[in-house]
Design a protein around this ligand. Structure first.
Ligand SMILES: [Fe+2]
Ligand SMILES: [Fe+2]
Length: 197
């Protein structure tokens, strides 16, 4: 978006405090627009199917529908919606991309599961060696291991089904707007500042 006010400098080292106030104000507007950006990106996922039987958008909608019908809270439903957001821009690290989008807004457990879900999904890939498929075993002692197994088994790996009746993107917009406008890194969720989890 073109800003109504721009800074006076051409190199950051020459910027004044007032210049950076302009930047800060703009950053706040950008942050408020995050839900809309996520919704737009999800819509773009309708154009790509990754050779599965349904589009990438329908996959995450099925995944979120299963989480919702399973009684999962908003953190998990939001995670199900965005867990594959990085698929096409970060094909080798898409879980990490999605986790970083979620991390300021959701509980640590959810971020961890999304960050690592690619490793847990390998379990279902029969083109891999047995050793590769069991890569998740390396995380067996982690307190969130079972949550990742559950996320993949119950919601993710089964959500490529053209016959599964699922909710529309419109149905999930209130959750997207609610989760991604939370105050970032809420202490109440046990998510300290910029800690990595
Ligand atoms: Fe994924
Ligand atoms: Fe997925």
């Amino acid at each position: 978006m073109k800003s109504s006010r721009t800074v006076g400098f051409t190199a950051m080292r020459n910027g004044s405090a007032a210049d950076f106030e302009i930047i800060n104000e703009n950053d706040e507007i950008t942050a408020r627009e995050l839900p809309d950006r996520i919704i737009e990106h999800l819509k773009e996922m309708a154009l790509d199917d990754g050779a599965y039987k349904i589009s990438r958008l329908d996959h995450v909608l099925q995944c979120a529908t299963r989480a919702h019908r399973d009684g999962a809270d908003d953190d998990w439903v939001a995670a199900a919606l965005v867990h594959d957001l990085g698929d096409v821009l970060a094909p080798f690290t898409h879980g990490q991309v999605a986790a970083e989008i979620l991390r300021p807004f959701v509980k640590e457990e959810v971020t961890w599961v999304v960050r690592n879900h690619g490793i847990f999904q390998m379990y279902y890939n029969k083109s891999l060696s047995q050793q590769e498929r069991n890569s998740r075993d390396k995380l067996k002692d982690h307190p969130y291991y079972q949550s990742a197994v559950y996320f993949c088994e119950k919601w993710d790996q089964c959500s490529f089904d053209p016959d599964y009746p699922f909710e529309s993107l419109d149905f999930f917009i209130p959750v997207i707007k609610s989760v991604f406008t939370r105050p970032p890194f809420r202490k109440v969720l046990g998510s300290p500042g910029f800690a990595t989890h």
